[in-house]
Design a protein around this ligand. Structure first.
Ligand SMILES: [Zn+2]
Length: 212
């Protein structure tokens, strides 16, 4: 009996275990993939029980369709981050349309489904960008917290940025920084300690919500 009880206790309190209940959800987002680092990122997320939204660059999706499918297989949500990562506010309507529509097609062709979420590169947007996105059924998503991982933030700083997230909020991270991948286990531990779970992003509200 004692041995069984000890085993149950060990399983119940295993580090990194999914909390029994989620008091809230946050949206982890990773931009600019898929790339040569995507597989390592997906492994880290899966090993730590985290799901995230991947804002893919269309030309990367077209070049690496198997990695788009790997994102889906790992339980991630796939979204649109333009085709060539330009400053969209410096482009005309037809160029903006091309950036968005080609990415929808590249992701769908790769097996990533038809995205419902769109993040403009650099978070730069205007009324034309928003209206073109809406034409493709896309909700524009920016972020609440910028991890600064694109700006060479340390692993400690990336973990600390995630610790600032509150229920419903989204954080900007990227597919490629080594410090981001290194931060994943501590991000998972920090969220679990606060009763927060990694959620999906609602196309209706743009907020993090329970998956499915
Ligand atoms: Zn980007």
């Amino acid at each position: 009996m004692f041995a069984v009880a000890a085993l149950v206790a060990a399983l119940t309190f295993a580090p990194g275990a999914t909390p029994a209940a989620c008091s809230g959800y946050v949206g982890l987002t990773f931009d600019d993939g898929p790339s040569s680092t995507t597989s390592r990122l997906l492994d880290a997320l899966r090993q730590n029980g985290l799901r995230a939204t991947m804002f893919n660059v269309g030309q990367n999706a077209a070049a690496n369709p198997a990695l788009v499918r790997a994102q889906v297989s790992a339980g991630m949500w796939v979204a649109n981050h333009s085709y060539t990562h330009p400053h969209l506010t410096q482009l005309g309507p037809s160029q903006i349309d091309s950036e968005i529509s080609r990415t929808q097609q590249a992701i769908a062709n790769a097996g990533g489904g038809t995205p419902k979420l769109f993040r403009p590169p650099y978070g730069e947007t205007n009324s034309t960008v928003r209206s073109v996105a809406a034409r493709y059924g896309l909700t524009q998503i920016i972020w609440d917290v910028d991890s600064q991982d694109w700006n060479n933030a340390s692993t400690d700083a990336i973990v600390a940025a995630n610790a600032r997230l509150t229920n419903g909020q989204l954080i900007l991270m990227h597919d490629w920084p080594a410090n981001t991948i290194a931060a994943i286990p501590r991000i998972a531990q920090g969220l679990a300690a606060r009763g927060l779970c990694a959620g999906a992003i609602s196309p209706q509200t743009g907020r993090a919500v329970a998956p499915g």
